[in-house]
Write a protein that binds this ligand. Structure first.
Ligand code: XIL
Length: 345
């Protein structure tokens, strides 16, 4: 049988997965490595390239896990999506604490960011297909204040100008990598969902940046969806992709998974509870995949992990508990979503 990766390539689309360093190194779990290597043509480091992983102590970089992933990709002839250069989460403690206690000034912070981006991008120069340069810089319509704005550590400390700076520094360090802005709740437009406003905000932002000559090549929509939410349809998702495309940038789905609430009945294995979730998950994947196939600028479709054995969802969404988010179960058996994606290709 053809792999997802091979089927995607027939459409010029790269199908990839996030890879967990822990799972990759688990000698008791060879199946994980086998599937990560064979089923996908692109990989993303789930955590290994985040700042807290790379520079846990100020001034000393630990490249082990990130290098391992890049070497894994090379051995398996896979492309790498670099994730992530600038984000407000998973920053090293020395950095956030230094800023909080005033020992790192704003000026020094900007310089630290420049150095970080330059160091990381240069190390992997020529080896990264797409970099997520800036991640999740924009608030959600239900945040306080409700007016959409630039949120988080970087905007608060440096002002929104850090976004343009980050893209320029990344371009200078590796002129050939495709530089992406990446975010969630920008998967659709015209759905009537309040997230429409976020899609519009990101569109306006990218338009402004491009007009200023900022080197931004792509917009990534993460695609963390849930079966308990209102679903999008293919039209609404192509509308969002086409909006971004009209600015002259590429698009991609970068972190797709579709989580479900793990009620007691689900946890007890009640198929009347589980099957609708599996169906809805498959339907959501299919909508994103169909849209990606319909819009030529959509370069890649990356799932955020491929098995429920190694998914961030149960650890992150635990009240109420959520799970069942990936395309294979805990025993690496393909779920309906896997088959549905294949039938779309
Ligand atoms: C998640 C990882 O999957 C977890 O292992 C980690 O504990 C937290 O971060 N958006 C992103 C990703 O851009 O980097 C996040 O990854 C999931 C949400």
């Amino acid at each position: 049988a053809q792999t997802l990766g091979a089927l995607g390539l027939r459409h010029g689309l790269q199908i990839g997965t996030a890879v967990s360093a822990d799972a990759l190194n688990d000698t008791a779990d060879p199946e994980y490595r086998k599937i990560a290597a064979s089923e996908f043509v692109s990989v993303t480091a789930e955590n290994a390239m985040k700042w807290e992983s790379l520079e846990p102590t100020r001034g000393s970089y630990d490249w082990e896990a990130a290098d391992q992933l890049v070497n894994f990709a090379k051995r398996n002839r896979q492309s790498v999506r670099g994730h992530v250069l600038v984000w407000h989460n998973q920053l090293p403690q020395w950095l956030t604490e230094g800023v909080a206690d005033g020992s790192i000034s704003k000026q020094e912070l900007r310089e630290l960011l420049r150095k970080h981006i330059t160091t990381v991008v240069k190390r992997y120069k020529g080896k990264i297909w797409q970099w997520d340069v800036v991640n999740e810089a924009v608030s959600d319509p239900w945040d306080t204040p409700p007016t959409l704005h630039y949120k988080g550590f970087w905007a608060e400390n440096l002002g929104p100008g850090y976004i343009a700076d980050a893209f320029r520094w990344a371009r200078a360090a590796d002129p050939r990598a495709l530089l992406f802005y990446n975010d969630y709740n920008i998967e659709a437009f015209g759905s009537g969902n309040p997230a429409d406003d976020k899609t519009q905000f990101v569109y306006d932002m990218v338009k402004r940046l491009r007009a200023q000559g900022v080197p931004i090549d792509g917009v990534g929509a993460q695609g963390h969806l849930g079966t308990q939410y209102g679903n999008f349809n293919t039209f609404q998702v192509t509308e969002a992709l086409k909006k971004f495309t009209s600015l002259g940038v590429a698009t991609a789905f970068t972190e797709v998974d579709v989580r479900s609430q793990m009620t007691e009945a689900v946890q007890a294995g009640n198929s009347e509870e589980i099957n609708p979730r599996l169906q809805a998950s498959a339907a959501n994947h299919s909508v994103l995949m169909k849209a990606c196939l319909l819009v030529r600028s959509c370069l890649s479709y990356t799932v955020w992990g491929f098995s429920d054995k190694h998914s961030w969802v149960p650890g992150w969404f635990d009240d109420p508990p959520e799970g069942l988010a990936t395309i294979m179960d805990e025993n690496y058996q393909p779920k309906l979503a896997y088959h549905e994606i294949k039938s779309d290709l």
